[in-house]
Design a protein around this ligand. Structure first.
Ligand SMILES: NC(=O)c1ccc[n+]([C@@H]2O[C@H](COP(=O)([O-])OP(=O)(O)OC[C@H]3O[C@@H](n4cnc5c(N)ncnc54)[C@H](O)[C@@H]3O)[C@@H](O)[C@H]2O)c1
Length: 405
């Protein structure tokens, strides 16, 4: 038994023996939080490339597996973190829960609602937990905003306005990241974050989505931008805009803090497009690999982000106040005065995800971002794409119901 002292309370936990599948960029971003949690033991890993898995085995005194099946066959493993490309999340999650493992699966949960529902059904049948994350719905400022809205202190919740302008489409990508049928584009990769954080703050079932998504750059052939109007049961709504083609950088509106919580140099303008302009397709794949885990990568001593992560500009409107949510604070614009609620700096980024995963496994908490949560977020992503295709307002619940029968 391990006694974990966190900020608010003392929790008694058993340890979790964890295996990793996929040692890429997503894993790199989560690794500091995994190392930080004393209940987590990193015991085994599998990825397609040999070098990263051997590095992992050396770094954590763990087992380098040479297949996914051999990893699942390890009796000592309680849980698996699936950080592989979107299109294999479903098959690997279903196999893992059937092998008796709990699963943390990267966002997006999969690339189709049918697959997400099959993952959730398999987990239910096996009595195992699925957590879908990290997403920015876990970020501490978002959780604080959700608490404030739920408290009713500022009156009825009415509306969320959020937008994000990034160079997502011009970062180094694998070919499938630019192919919608294989989960590419910003709806699967980025709307999954925006929908999660909006749903977390609203705390209400989604009634409908009306959206437009488009591909503006034939050289990067997948949806790179969208705008969506989401309505909730009871009449509140959210507007969400994302551009992965942006020349403007939304970080300017949140104190020049980057999405990952680092201070950003405003002079580094246009860096992603400049780098990409000189790359061949082979160079681009090599550049993608260079941002992943392995010998010589920054995973050995990762830089520490001083601020919380964020996902762009975010304003929450209630009857008695508007709440502006940033990586450092929430400013409450009330009827006659303005107050600032400081958000304590992060222990490390993404610790909330690992705390929720471990807490769910040990039974200490009821997780928010479970398999059913992931199914609902994916139904919203699909409603967004369908609305864009048909020009109609789409109910995510109706898409789920149509698949259930
Ligand atoms: N939450 C976040 O902020 C965040 C950030 C980056 C990536 N991600 C997610 O992580 C997932 C992976 O993306 P990435 O950018 O890390 O990709 P990546 O290409 O950097 O890494 C993918 C890893 O999976 C391995 N892999 C590929 N096919 C495999 C297979 N069949 N079996 C086992 N391993 C396999 C590769 O060897 C590599 O180690 C995606 O779903 C992505 O959305 C999430």
């Amino acid at each position: 038994m391990i006694v974990l002292a966190n900020r608010a309370e003392i929790i008694v936990m058993t340890s979790v023996n964890l295996a990793i599948v996929g040692l890429g960029r997503g894993f790199m971003l989560t690794l500091p939080a995994l190392r930080d949690n004393p209940a987590v033991r990193l015991r085994a890993a599998f990825s397609l490339r040999t070098e990263p898995r051997e590095h992992f085995a050396k770094q954590f005194d763990a087992i380098a597996c040479d297949s996914f099946e051999s990893l699942l066959a390890l009796d000592e493993i309680d849980a698996v973190y699936i950080a592989t490309p979107h299109e294999i999340h479903a098959e690997q999650t279903i196999a893992a829960v059937r092998a008796g493992k709990h699963v943390l699966v990267e966002k997006p949960m999969a690339i189709g609602l049918k697959d997400c529902m099959a993952m959730e059904a398999a987990a239910q049948e096996a009595g195992k937990i699925i957590i879908v994350g990290p997403s920015h719905g876990f970020d501490a400022p978002i959780q604080k905003a959700a608490e404030l809205v739920a408290s009713g202190e500022f009156g009825a919740f009415r509306m969320i306005t959020t937008f994000n302008f990034t160079d997502f489409m011009y970062r180094p990508r694998r070919p499938e990241e630019l192919d919608t049928s294989r989960g590419g584009g910003v709806v699967y990769s980025q709307a999954a974050h925006q929908i999660d954080l909006v749903r977390r703050i609203a705390g209400l079932p989604v009634s409908s989505i009306r959206a437009t998504a488009a591909n503006w750059d034939p050289k990067r052939p997948s949806e790179g931008a969208y705008s969506a109007l989401m309505t909730f049961e009871g009449g509140a709504w959210a507007t969400m805009t994302y551009s992965g083609y942006a020349h403007y950088d939304v970080d300017e509106l949140v104190g020049w803090i980057s999405e990952l919580g680092f201070d950003k140099d405003p002079q580094a303008y246009g860096a992603a497009r400049r780098r990409l302009a000189n790359m061949s397709p082979e160079d681009e794949i090599a550049a993608k690999v260079s941002r992943t885990y392995g010998p010589g990568s920054e995973s050995d001593s990762p830089p520490r982000a001083p601020h919380h992560e964020h996902f762009g500009y975010l304003l929450v409107s209630c009857d008695k106040a508007d709440l502006k949510v940033t990586p450092t604070e929430i400013t409450v614009y009330g009827n006659s005065e303005r107050q600032v609620i400081d958000i304590p700096p992060p222990r490390l980024p993404r610790v909330e995800v690992i705390d929720e995963f471990v807490g769910a496994i040990t039974g200490e908490i009821t997780p928010v971002h479970n398999g059913r949560w992931g199914v609902d977020t994916m139904a919203c992503c699909e409603a967004l794409l369908e609305s864009s295709r048909t020009g109609e307002e789409i109910s995510p619940g109706a898409i789920i119901n149509n698949l259930s029968f």
